[in-house]
Design a protein. Structure first.
Length: 94
């Protein structure tokens, strides 16, 4: 990289991976009545946080967190993105 080239890598591929994984886990829990519907966003955030900690623990190369707390928060945000993704489909296509 040359001087003056400011390319910031936020690890978007990693965040999308967490979001997709949380989406499928949440849909599985919803379809099998494992979690009540009112608690699905909390469940998705918690699962995202756990996956975020796991990815930080495995030292994924482009993971955008430098400590455990920020790794958990990145996972929670990705989990909540999965809930938002689900709501986009429900509101616009049903």
């Amino acid at each position: 990289m040359k001087g003056g080239d400011a390319v910031v890598d936020f690890g978007l591929a990693t965040l999308m991976w967490i979001t997709i994984l949380v989406y499928f886990i949440t849909m599985y829990a919803y379809c099998n009545d494992i979690i009540p519907t009112d608690y699905l966003p909390i469940f998705a955030a918690f699962i995202g946080g756990i996956i975020g900690l796991c990815e930080y623990g495995f030292r994924i190369e482009d993971y955008p967190a430098s400590d455990f707390l920020s790794a958990f928060c990145v996972g929670v945000i990705a989990g909540m993105s999965a809930v938002g993704l689900d709501q986009i489909f429900k509101r616009n296509f049903e």
